[in-house]
Each structure stands twice: as C-alpha cells, then as structure tokens.
Design a protein around this ligand. Structure first.
Ligand SMILES: C[S@@+](CC[C@H](N)C(=O)[O-])C[C@H]1O[C@@H](n2cnc3c(N)ncnc32)[C@H](O)[C@@H]1O
Length: 233
C-alpha cells in the first residue's frame, strides 16, 4: 500500500490519540456496540472454535475484551496504521494465535488463502468508495467459511439521504455532542469525516451484500447513525 494512502485515509498518523479519546468518551457508542459484539462472539464460540478476521482493527482496544470473553482459535487484524497496530499488540496481549497485518483491508482479503468463521469490521468500511465496498462484500463472501458471518459496525445514511445531507447532520452531531473534545481537535476530526466518510444506506449495503450472495442480512441494533449489521449466506 502506498504511504500516501496510509496517511490520507486515517486519523491515526498524527492524531491517533484523538480517535482513541473520542472512543474513550463513547461518542460513537463503542460501549453499547462492543457489548453486543461480545454477545455475538460468545454465541459463535458456544457452537465451536472459530477464527476471526478484523478489517481496519485500529488498536483493537474495544474488540480485545470481546475476544478475551469469547476466545477465538485465531485472530487476524488488518490496518493501514502502524501506530495503531503497535498498540493493538499490547491490547491483545494474552490471546493466542494473533497475527497483525499492516495492509489495505481489501488487498488483505483478496490475497489471503485462509478462510474465517467471522469477518468483523468496526468503523472502517465507510472509508471505501461504492466499488470498494462492493468488492469487499465479494471478497468477504469468498473468504467466509461455511456458516460464517460478516459483522459490520459502521455509520449508515438514512434511506434517500444524500452524502451532503448526512455530513451536515453528522458534523452537527459532533460539534454539539462531542463537548469534551478540544475545539482544534474537534475541527480536525470534522475535517477527516468531511473528507473520508462515504457511508451507504442500509438498502444499498443489502444490495451489495446480496450481489455477493450474502442474502441473509440482520440489522442487530443501531445507536443514531452507528449500526451493527450481520451478513451471511
Ligand atoms: C475509525 S477506526 C476504527 C478502529 C476500530 N475498528 C474501532 O471499531 O474502533 C478506522 C480504522 O480503519 C483503518 N482503515 C481505514 N481504511 C483502511 C483500509 N483501506 N485498509 C485497512 N485499514 C483501513 C484506519 O487506519 C483505522 O485504524
């Protein structure tokens, strides 16, 4: 992956601690959402050993406790940010069979020969354009083991809402609700969202998944624009 893409698609180059503090303050509902991820993974663990691929894992801070509660036989995390991956190594300490890859998630999916029982992605897929997301669904479908599921946590646009309208609402949400973030940091985060967030509507995501044979789709829950979706064959 070229360095330029590494730098441009992530908040983590200079401001890794900014995203970390935003998630620490639960402005993107990490607590509620990852509690449900623990439940999903525990249900999967109850039927047998499972492997998990985490696309855009960041520092794995929020998935780590879920993994510790429902231990996978193998965890692979993929991210463009070396700084985030360095922290992930710490958060994932104590878990066995952990591999972290400094790679583009689509490339990682398309080049791995392994298959996974669970493919997970938290707040990363909205960085891809529509074609990238469609390619990602195809690649996920190809790499899911029989009975596998793709769990997607991400921001989603309302039906019929344009990206511009979505951004207006989300930036307003950030500026009015993220009150503990320093004003200069808040503007940096707003700039990042305005430049790199390309969320789809739920029906567009369903169509993309369905085109990739992932026809079984569940909206597990949502907290404002932040959704938990589960796709399977
Ligand atoms: C907002 S953070 C989410 C981190 C974590 N998954 C969570 O739920 O909090 C998005 C992550 O996706 C990574 N990312 C963005 N585009 C990517 C791509 N094409 N391939 C791999 N990682 C990517 C960023 O580096 C960043 O670590």
């Amino acid at each position: 992956m070229p360095d330029q893409a590494t730098d441009e698609t992530t908040l983590f180059r200079q401001s890794w601690t900014l995203y970390d503090s935003i998630s620490e303050m639960n402005y993107m509902f990490h607590r509620e959402i990852y509690a449900q991820i623990t439940t999903l993974l525990s249900q999967r663990r109850a039927i047998g050993p499972y492997s998990l691929l985490d696309l855009g894992c960041g520092n794995s801070r929020f998935i780590a406790p879920c993994l510790k509660a429902a231990k996978p036989s193998r965890y692979a995390g993929v991210d463009l940010s070396e700084a985030a991956l360095a922290e992930a190594r710490e958060y994932l300490g104590g878990l066995e069979n952990v591999a972290l890859h400094h790679q583009d998630m689509l490339q990682a999916l398309q080049t791995t020969e392994a298959s996974f029982d669970v493919i997970f992605s938290g707040y990363a897929v909205h960085h891809l354009d529509a074609k990238g997301k469609q390619d990602l669904f195809h690649a996920c479908a190809a790499k899911l083991a029989p009975g596998g599921q793709f769990i997607l946590v991400d921001v989603v646009r309302e039906e019929g809402q344009t990206r511009e309208h979505y951004l207006e609402g989300y930036l307003n949400f950030m500026r009015t609700q993220w009150t503990a973030v320093r004003p200069d940091h808040l503007e940096e985060a707003c700039d990042h969202v305005a430049a790199y967030d390309f969320p789809e509507t739920f029906s567009d995501l369903k169509s993309m998944a369905s085109a990739a044979s992932l026809t079984n789709v569940r909206l597990l829950d949502r907290f404002a624009q932040h959704h938990i979706l589960v796709f399977s064959v």
